[in-house]
Design a protein around this ligand. Structure first.
Ligand code: HDD
Length: 768
């Protein structure tokens, strides 16, 4: 895109105050320039979002990193002390009355160590318990294409969204929703995508998900939804899964959930990585400009690496092989110098245009189709620094959709309105104090002055006598700020009506957009959705719940869809389409994930299977091609240690058959070399590695004798004719027999990896 400029990552001066241990890691890693597509220079190595005054892109206000630096503690080279600063002689033995006698109460070191330990855990988040986060910055684009608007200031006065020279520090936390803190990353679930912008006007929290709609329409239903979807109350089973009776019971009785179910059953619920998923603010918000005029806005995050998914069988295996797959993936790439990036886009609707849609903009179960209102990119977010301490930063970060800054305001979406209460309340539960905003990760970079001075764990020492307003003793400070000078003024929306406990009629239609979603899927995606429904409903014991879901929900989306689901779960297929089936066959290509893959292999992980006797030329060629394109290559061999090439060179295996698995890679390459391939053909694990890559639709490449391994695996439908000449590519399998153009094969492999998954392999012939 025009915004993919080479100055993407502006130079940041290295921070002189770096704590040694934490900063060294990124400096030691491979140069970030190697991982990004050209453009950047070695100045990116610092990866700091610290204050920058000589480089384009100044960081807002006091840098968040500078602020955090003040509270960082580093034990390296230091002496052991108690919490109260007393040096400690021995931290292994408690104080006893004689060598074999009882422990003595006066042992303050024992008491303190034990008390700290006993109080280490805080309540996990009631939803979104499992996650990870990273620091970075937000930077507006220079001249965003805003359609009929010349300038973003016509839309919003939020200044951090306007000045392309300014970088606003951010902290983003990604999460799963349903599972507890210790559950697996790759379960079928919505992903949280929450960003705290530390702006010069205070904190703005954009607390979104990777799906643009929600399950319910009114916050009042949230406790019911969460009770239904989390593990069941009598036995706390299942963990981190929606595939059980209580969720589908609830769902089948709530037709407004149908649109969200479509997303949940699709590949959106199985993201390949956090850096390859979209994010959405979900609700319609308001932008407000200097003149007090407002437009409606929906927020979109668009990943630079494209939106990519895992396949179901793969996710389940990863959950065992590496339950931290997505969390670890984020830190791995940041450590290696790659900086995950998203574009922030907005859909703008004028107040007087809001009625033109056949749905209500306040209904969070609806999108504004991109076919109706384009998404306009306005800036980018870059994540470039992992936290130093998971508890202090990721666990203690506390989001609240009610945290807004001038220029951004709420709408009457009843789901959003309820969230404005729930998040403050939940933080009180998690932190046991209203002072959670004083914790370093939550503190704004702006100054704070008000008359809140007490409460558990107050950190600030607020001076002065007057802690009330009005006061004369303190000259009536802190003073209120008029709107013109930056005070937050709520949008003066006109409200006229009666109190009523009801749902608006405009929220009543539930199937049109679910149908739009279904119609917009490729056949592959439709099949994946059907199979997901077979699993989810197949895990539901009660037949009446399966039936209700098929008849009352799915049959009102699409008759064929309902029939295909019914056939897999022992439900009698419905004879006729449902009564409420929408009268349209609209499509929106932007909804299909397969249209959102991008032509890049940056940060993809490729395994090279070798044994003694491999062809060093093959390895070198593929390694340099892939690494030039920003991919990561790992040598996988039967055992760890040196592996010797036919020409006597050696390479150190990164992983062994015991430490890794095909599901943890994006693609596999098998170099030639008789000795190596003869050995691989005898190794069940090597064959399984390739077969499973095939089953999961991932790219496979083999050079020279390497194709013999593919032959031994008998990849279904693939003709591995070793006697053919030249490079052959068949459904993501690249074969370069001896004598074929190696460079050409490498390029073909790059293309196959960029395509992500090769869905055209016969789904019935699953290989492994
Ligand atoms: Fe929520 C956490 C996103 C509806 C109540 N929510 C939470 C997080 C995300 C979302 C990303 C994790 C934040 C973090 O990383 O710490 N929630 C959403 C989205 C919603 C939504 C996109 C619909 C558009 N949530 C929603 C409703 C309610 C809540 C309707 C209650 C009325 N959400 C919470 C919560 C959590 C939370 C209980 C749990 C932990 C926390 O807030 O900090 O308050």
């Amino acid at each position: 895109s025009e915004h993919d400029s080479s100055d993407d990552i502006e130079a940041e001066p290295s921070n002189a105050n770096e704590t040694e241990s934490s900063r060294e890691e990124s400096a030691d890693g491979s140069s970030p320039a190697e991982m990004t597509d050209g453009g950047s220079d070695d100045e990116t190595e610092s990866g700091q979002t610290g204050t920058s005054d000589d480089a384009g892109g100044e960081v807002d206000g006091e840098s968040k990193q500078d602020q955090l630096e003040e509270v960082r503690e580093n034990p390296e080279g230091e002496q052991l002390t108690s919490d109260h600063g007393v040096k400690i002689t021995d931290t292994d033995n408690s104080l006893k009355a004689s060598e074999r006698g009882p422990t003595i109460m006066e042992d303050f070191h024992f008491r303190e160590k034990m008390t700290q330990f006993d109080h280490e855990s805080i309540p996990e988040r009631v939803v979104h318990a499992r996650g990870t986060g990273a620091h970075g910055y937000y930077q507006p684009y220079e001249d965003p294409d805003l359609g009929e608007y010349d300038d973003i200031s016509e839309l919003t006065k939020a200044s951090f969204l306007q000045d392309s020279d300014r970088k606003t520090p951010v902290f983003t936390r990604f999460s799963t929703v349903v599972g507890s803190r210790g559950s697996a990353d790759t379960v079928r679930d919505v992903r949280g995508f929450a960003t705290k912008f530390y702006t010069e006007e205070g904190n703005w929290d954009l607390v979104g998900n990777n799906m643009p709609v929600f399950f319910i329409q009114d916050a009042m239903e949230f406790p019911d939804l969460v009770h239904a979807i989390k593990s069941e109350p009598d036995d706390a089973i299942p963990q981190a899964a929606s595939a059980h009776d209580t969720f589908w019971d609830f769902a089948s009785l709530k037709p407004e959930i149908t649109h969200m179910l479509m997303w949940l059953l699709s590949g959106r619920a199985l993201p390949r990585s956090f850096r390859m998923m979209q994010g959405f603010g979900v609700h319609t918000f308001r932008f407000v400009n200097e003149d007090g005029e407002s437009v409606f806005v929906k927020f979109h995050w668009e990943p630079k690496l494209g939106t990519n998914q895992l396949v179901w069988d793969e996710t389940q295996k990863i959950a065992g092989k590496n339950p931290d797959f997505n969390r670890e993936g984020l830190y791995e790439v940041i450590d290696e110098g790659y900086e995950p990036e998203w574009e922030l886009g907005v859909q703008i609707v004028e107040e007087d245009e809001a009625d033109q849609f056949d749905f209500d903009l306040l209904d969070p179960t609806k999108i504004i189709p991109e076919t109706e209102v384009p998404v306009r990119p306005i800036g980018k977010m870059v994540l470039n620094e992992r936290p130093d301490n998971f508890f202090a930063e990721v666990e203690q970060v506390a989001f609240h959709p009610g945290n807004v800054v001038p220029g951004i305001d709420f709408t009457n979406d009843p789901l959003l309105q309820g969230r404005l209460f729930s998040y403050q309340d939940t933080q009180l539960n998690r932190f046991n104090s209203a002072n959670w905003d004083e914790i370093p990760i939550n503190r704004p970079v702006t100054e704070r002055h008000n008359n809140q001075r007490a409460g558990f764990m107050r950190q600030e020492i607020n001076t002065g006598k007057a802690s009330y307003k009005p006061n004369s003793i303190g000259d009536d400070y802190p003073e209120e700020v008029p709107e013109e000078e930056g005070g937050y003024e709520h949008f003066a929306e006109k409200i006229d009506g009666r109190k009523i406990r009801n749902r608006s009629e405009s929220f009543e239609e539930h199937f049109s957009q679910a149908r739009l979603f279904w119609n917009s899927m490729t056949e592959t995606e439709k099949q994946n959705i059907v199979e997901a429904a077979h699993f989810e409903l197949g895990k539901v014991d009660r037949m009446e719940i399966r039936e209700r879901t098929v008849y009352d929900l799915f049959n009102n989306v699409d008759h064929e869809f309902a029939t295909r689901v019914a056939e897999g779960i022992g439900v009698e297929p419905p004879e006729e389409p449902g009564d409420e089936i929408p009268d349209h066959d609209d499509e929106d290509p932007s909804l299909s994930m397969l249209n959102r893959t991008r032509d890049t292999i940056e940060t993809r992980k490729v395994a090279v299977l070798v044994d003694d006797g491999y062809d060093a030329d093959h390895l070198e060629t593929i390694q340099s091609t892939l690494e030039d394109e920003g991919a990561r290559v790992e040598i996988v061999s039967k055992l760890l240690g040196d592996v010797e090439a036919a020409n006597g060179e050696t390479v150190d295996a990164d992983e062994s058959h015991g430490t890794t698995e095909s599901v943890l890679f994006d693609a596999v390459y098998v170099p030639g070399g008789e000795g190596s391939v003869d050995a691989l053909v005898e190794q069940g694990t090597a064959k399984h590695f390739v077969a499973e890559m095939f089953k999961h639709k991932k790219p496979i490449a083999a050079a020279g004798e390497g194709t013999e391994l593919l032959e031994a695996v008998e990849l279904p439908g693939i003709n591995v004719a070793n006697d053919r000449e030249g490079v052959v590519t068949d459904r993501g399998v690249v074969m370069a027999p001896n004598g074929a153009d190696l460079e050409g094969a490498s390029e073909a492999f790059v293309d196959a990896i960029a395509a992500h998954r090769h869905w055209d392999r016969d789904p019935k012939e699953v290989g492994a």
